[in-house]
Write a protein that binds this ligand. Structure first.
Ligand SMILES: Nc1ncnc2c1ncn2[C@@H]1O[C@H](COP(=O)(O)OP(=O)(O)OP(=O)(O)O)[C@@H](O)[C@H]1O
Ligand SMILES: [Mg+2]
Length: 252
């Protein structure tokens, strides 16, 4: 049965998509991985497929959720890396849920993924920068969640409430889900305020912090342009995540 891992934080631009994409790619070197794009921006779809998000119109994660049939809508990237894609229509999920769905609205993703759980070793979920239905569904479907901390004051302000939201979801629908940890990322090593913020988070959440810290690196930033195939700087872009993936595997 697949281990389901969500990457989240309601603060925008905190490397959720980049990190979930790199982790899905690195795990797929050894394991069978399904990536799930739960953000209507479709950034994970674009990053991993290097295609236009509208190429998948009519067969995305939204259709999978509506039909409660994941398998029918899964797209193959490589033998070991598959994806449920997203596009902007996914933004209407909350209104669809309230108008059409009588079941537990938080559990729809978990129920949708149930049939394909045994096909994968890992299911990696990217979430939008909000604590709405998509994020709640992702948390409810997960065995573990990684809270992304990008070194900014606004992200620091978001982190406490994100961790509280995880605890609410644990109490209400998913007592087995655990916090894998907090990943400190996009650190600019030249900035003393960045250094102060990552130390503050370490002091406050000592046991939760992954030891690996991800720095702001041009090659990593350019993954959205160059992707994972035929990318001459791929090693430079993903190597700083190797230590994180090792720690993650020890924790989930
Ligand atoms: N380690 C890094 N070094 C340099 N640039 C990075 C790094 N991680 C992410 N980026 C860049 O920062 C921007 C935001 O990253 P990303 O889209 O992964 O964040 P996000 O949390 O998914 O954003 P959103 O909240 O909009 O979904 C992107 O342009 C991405 O290419
Ligand atoms: Mg994103």
């Amino acid at each position: 049965m697949a281990k389901v891992i969500t990457f989240g934080i309601q603060k925008g631009g905190s490397s959720k998509t980049t990190t979930s994409g790199v982790v899905a790619y690195l795990l797929s070197q050894t394991y069978k991985v399904l990536a799930v794009d739960l953000d209507s921006q479709g950034n994970l779809t674009e990053l991993l497929t290097q295609r236009d998000i509208y190429d998948f119109h009519g067969s995305t994660v939204f259709e999978a959720l509506k039909e409660r049939d994941a398998r029918k809508h899964i797209k193959v990237i490589t033998d070991s890396l598959h994806i449920l894609t997203a596009e902007d229509h996914l933004a209407t999920l909350p209104s669809w849920l309230y108008a059409n769905y009588n079941g537990n609205k938080s559990l729809l993703l978990m129920e949708t993924l149930d049939d394909v759980q045994d096909d994968y070793d890992f299911i990696i979920i990217d979430t939008p920068p909000a604590l709405g239905e998509q994020t709640i569904n992702a948390l409810a479907a997960s065995h573990a969640v990684v809270a992304m901390f990008e070194a900014s004051k606004f992200c620091y302000s978001a982190l406490g409430r994100f961790l509280e939201t995880i605890v609410h979801v644990q109490e209400l629908v998913n007592k087995d889900m655990k916090i894998a940890g907090i990943l400190r990322c996009m650190i600019d090593t030249r900035r003393t305020d960045n250094k102060a913020l990552i130390e503050l988070v370490e002091e406050e959440y000592t046991d939760l912090c992954f030891k690996t810290v991800i720095t702001r690196t041009a090659a990593t930033g350019r993954l959205s342009i160059n992707g994972f195939k035929d990318n001459p700087e791929l090693n430079q872009a993903v190597s700083q995540y190797q230590g994180f993936v090792k720690e993650l595997l020890e924790r989930v």
